[in-house]
Design a protein around this ligand. Structure first.
Ligand SMILES: Cc1cc2nc3c(=O)[nH]c(=O)nc-3n(C[C@H](O)[C@H](O)[C@H](O)COP(=O)(O)OP(=O)(O)OC[C@H]3O[C@@H](n4cnc5c(N)ncnc54)[C@H](O)[C@@H]3O)c2cc1C
Length: 457
């Protein structure tokens, strides 16, 4: 069965990944007239849920308000209107807008897929792609169960890699040692009196804090944060026009421009968040004009700060963290994890500064992982990294760049993996824009292929 070729195993387009990016691609392709029968999705779980929205915990909420969570870039009301009739969630409402449960957003995406014309012809295989090789007619992909599939074009939409511990360790996952917390199933197994240690201080840690608060957790919580700060709260800012970045080849000019544009002020003021969002919206072209060394320099020096300002947390999560901190239940430890070991009673969490913390439960909230497929494609020379990074080079029209510097004609990439090449592509709205652009590229490709095929008939 493994090497057999059959019509069932051939597709015009294979999309690797089954998260939001894959769902957005299917929806925009179908709406641009591309037949879903020509698409094969390879990836686990419900299409559209993925790592980001495939969670079980009610406490895990979207980190942007409803009108910014867009599948249709030009329709800010689409999700809010759907939510009004399909979501009953009094806790979603805040002074900064409605922040719904992530699982409800997955339901919304699933509904949008179900109404795509011709959707019953879409095929999905619940496998994991481990490799892909170019063949004469396109691509041959290999899955971890030994099966192979073929397509004329291949789209990598592998998203956020499964989190890994930030230290070398052979420790196995247990209810007291949570390596991958995004689904949130671990929350229900926690003893309310236990001492919890959260490793990392971004949005995953904010989810964990809010989850613990919703469960009325009583035990002390320590949180390791390299810079000693938590993400700011989303406030009621309004989207403006994208900022016009200058074309510059210097990281320092780039940084100074952003600093001037943001001016002084608190990052929890609506004006500041609006200015920051305008910078994000306009960054892509100027970012692509920066030399790779300067991009990497910026990422190394201020990437963490950009991420903090970008990944603002829901007001619900920020309020929970504040309450825990004020009551003395939450301690923020300005340090990083060095090592982790088990005694008969508890976990010992070793810090870089030499201190040891004791905890009953340790949760990995770093969000860092490695995309095995992208790694394999780089190792076999199909993709080239941006500088010394693990991210692939991708062109503005989402074609993956081959080692000879030219874009592949039939290999595309969308979603978080393109962030370093294209600048700040992680949130739902940027991915929806990419999906729209991808649908145009693939449609243009199909019409060119048909046009060149016609004279030979
Ligand atoms: C926990 C979390 C919460 C987030 N919350 C928000 C939010 O509230 N708002 C917002 O705008 N953005 C949010 N984001 C950002 C998020 O990256 C995007 O919004 C978007 O969901 C990414 O979609 P994706 O399909 O690219 O990735 P993912 O959601 O990571 O999905 C990728 C899917 O592809 C599968 N896959 C990966 N590799 C392979 C392979 N080799 N073979 C087969 N299948 C594979 C994975 O199993 C997964 O199902 C969040 C991200 C995370 C991680």
């Amino acid at each position: 069965m493994a090497n057999r070729q059959s019509p069932d195993r051939d597709a015009s387009v294979i999309i690797v990944g089954s998260g939001y990016a894959a769902a957005a691609a299917v929806i925009h392709l179908a709406h641009s007239g591309f037949s879903t029968s020509k698409i094969l999705i390879i990836g686990p779980g419900q299409l559209g849920a993925g790592q980001a929205y495939g969670c079980e915990a009610d406490a895990f909420r979207l980190n942007v308000r409803a009108d910014l969570q867009r599948l249709w870039p030009d329709q800010p009301d689409h999700f809010p209107q759907w939510a009004e009739t399909h979501i009953h969630d009094p806790k979603a409402k805040t002074h900064a807008g409605n922040f719904y449960r992530r699982a409800d957003f997955a339901r919304y995406v699933s509904t949008q897929i179900s109404v795509v014309p011709d959707i019953k012809n879409l095929r999905q295989i619940s496998g994991k792609v481990i490799d892909a090789q170019p063949i004469k007619e396109g691509w041959r992909v290999s899955c971890d169960d030994g099966a192979h599939y073929h397509s004329a074009r291949l789209v990598l939409a592998t998203g956020n890699p499964e989190p890994e511990w930030p230290i070398e360790t052979q420790l196995e996952d247990t209810p007291a040692l949570v390596r991958a917390p995004w689904r949130g199933e671990w929350l229900t197994g926690i003893d309310p009196a236990s001492r919890v240690c959260l490793v990392g201080s971004g949005l995953t840690a904010m989810d964990a804090l809010y989850g613990l608060a919703c469960q009325k957790h009583q035990g002390p919580v320590s949180l390791l944060s390299p810079h000693g700060i938590l993400p700011p709260a989303q406030v009621a800012w309004h989207p403006g026009n994208p900022c016009e970045w200058p074309t510059t080849a210097r990281a320092s000019h780039f940084f100074n421009f952003a600093r001037r544009a943001l001016k002084d002020g608190s990052w929890e003021e609506p004006d500041w968040q609006q200015r920051f969002s305008a910078l994000r919206e306009g960054i892509s072209k100027a970012w692509q004009n920066l030399p790779v060394a300067d991009r990497l320099k910026l990422q190394r020096r201020v990437g963490w700060l950009w991420s903090l300002a970008r990944f603002r947390a829901s007001p619900q999560a920020v309020a929970a963290a504040q309450k825990m901190s004020e009551s003395g239940q939450l301690t923020i430890v300005r340090d990083r994890l060095k090592h982790l070991f088990r005694t008969p009673e508890h976990w010992q969490v070793g810090l870089m500064a030499g201190e040891l913390l004791s905890a009953d439960v340790v949760i990995n909230c770093t969000g860092v992982g490695r995309d095995a497929l992208i790694h394999n494609l780089m190792a076999s020379g199909q993709l080239v990294p941006v500088g010394y990074s693990k991210s692939p080079w991708v062109s503005h029209d989402l074609r993956v760049i081959a080692p000879d510097g030219c874009p592949h004609s039939n290999l595309f990439c969308i979603g978080p993996a393109t962030a370093l090449a294209l600048g700040d592509v992680v949130g739902a709205i940027s991915i929806a824009r990419q999906a729209l652009r991808l649908s145009r590229s693939l449609r243009e490709d199909t019409s060119t292929a048909q046009a060149t095929a016609t004279p030979n008939r």
